[in-house]
Design a binder for this molecule. Structure first.
Ligand code: SAM
Ligand code: DTB
Ligand code: SF4
Length: 326
């Protein structure tokens, strides 16, 4: 879709799968802030319950010592972030954490591992975790890195609902952030996940020093997946000391809100998750992100290695904004 067509269109809902160009997304980014948010709200209300927000809880099941060099990541063995490495958690520990998350009101439990990808014996343990968490009545999500042939099917047979694997940034900027595996590797894994019949959770990180046009290119890449990911996490970079991105200049907060709004408009049916970085955001900033169409969050005191907004603060924010947890 061309930039002019995007700005003139009165039917944003009809654009799913219509081939978004970076230029069309840049044109959206450049709209006056209120116009952009108004359009995002229109799309949001056509496709989703206006005030409902889904809550997922994260658990790091294997922490630190990762072979990959992702510049943002506290868990890479290439960087000097102070993260306590931990081998794969026991099934009991995972079930205890998932039970606590369910009791606090989460509906999905997402397990993350600092691997380039899972080895055969690792996967057997993770599938047992998926089965156990599902039995608690929670939706399940895992993020384990690059998958080999057959591994997505094993996860699907265990009852996995979502696989998280982010493309992270625009193709043009990818090489600045990660060199130990390619964007093509990531697409190959996403393809395996889709073919196995698992729902795709795929998004990126904003605020890594990329340009607006690169943010637009990231959203275009996600929106042009066929179909777009069911779940789109938009992470704000958590600048972790000891990582190469620790000193990246801060992003204008409105630019982050604009990115959420563009994701909502370009992917009307997807759940857009206001992901990492919420702990550093004011309540007002988060409210703008919900207005821009975010309808999912990570819920619980910790993300993988960094702090998340506290549960009490989230409960109070939901009450103040009249949001309903789903
Ligand atoms: N190793 C697996 C992988 O890379 O796919 C799974 C875990 S990895 C930590 C999952 C995602 O978390 C990354 O793709 C990235 O988008 C996000 N992430 C990691 N560190 C982050 C940070 N400091 N700020 C924002 N997002 C981050
Ligand atoms: C995603 O897109 N964000 C989550 C989840 N998928 C696995 C991870 C955020 C990690 C933030 C940094 C940390 O806590 O280490
Ligand atoms: Fe490893 Fe994933 Fe972190 Fe990259 S993002 S260093 S693959 S844990």
């Amino acid at each position: 879709m061309t930039a002019t067509a995007v700005l003139q269109s009165t039917s944003p809902a009809s654009r799913q799968g219509a081939g978004w160009t970076t230029e069309a997304l840049v044109a959206l980014f450049q709209l006056p802030f209120s116009d952009l948010l108004f359009r995002a709200q229109q799309v949001h209300r056509q496709h989703h319950e206006a005030n409902a927000v889904q809550r997922s809880t994260l658990l790091s099941i294997k922490t630190g010592g990762c072979s990959e060099d992702c510049a943002y990541c506290s868990q890479s063995a290439h960087h000097q972030a102070k993260v306590e490495a931990e081998s794969l958690l026991s099934l009991d520990a995972v079930i205890a954490a998932a039970t606590a998350a369910r009791d606090k009101g989460a509906t999905r439990f997402c397990m993350g591992a600092a691997w380039r990808g899972p080895k055969k014996k690792d996967l057997a343990q993770v599938t047992a975790m998926v089965r156990g968490v599902k039995q608690l009545g929670l939706e399940t999500c895992v993020t384990l890195g690059i998958l080999q042939d057959g591994q997505a099917e094993e996860l699907q047979q265990a009852g996995l609902d979502y696989y998280n694997h982010n493309i992270d940034t625009a193709p043009e900027y990818y090489g600045e952030v990660i060199t130990t595996h390619s964007l093509a590797d990531r697409y190959a894994t996403l393809d395996k996940v889709r073919r196995a019949g698992i729902k795709v959770c795929c998004g990126g990180i904003i605020g890594m020093g990329e340009s607006r046009s690169e943010r637009a290119a990231l959203i275009a890449q996600l929106a042009n997946m066929d179909p777009p990911p069911e779940s789109v996490p938009i992470n704000h970079l958590v600048a972790v000391r000891g990582t190469p991105l620790a000193e990246v200049p801060p992003l204008d907060p409105f630019e982050f809100v604009r990115t959420i709004a563009c994701a909502r408009i370009a992917m009307p049916q997807s759940m857009v998750r206001l992901s990492a970085g919420r702990d550093q955001m004011s309540d007002e900033m988060q409210a703008l992100c919900f207005l821009a169409g975010a309808n999912s969050i990570f819920y619980g005191e910790k993300l993988l290695t960094t702090a998340n907004a506290e549960v009490g603060r989230d409960e109070a924010l939901f009450a103040r904004l009249g949001l309903r947890a789903i």
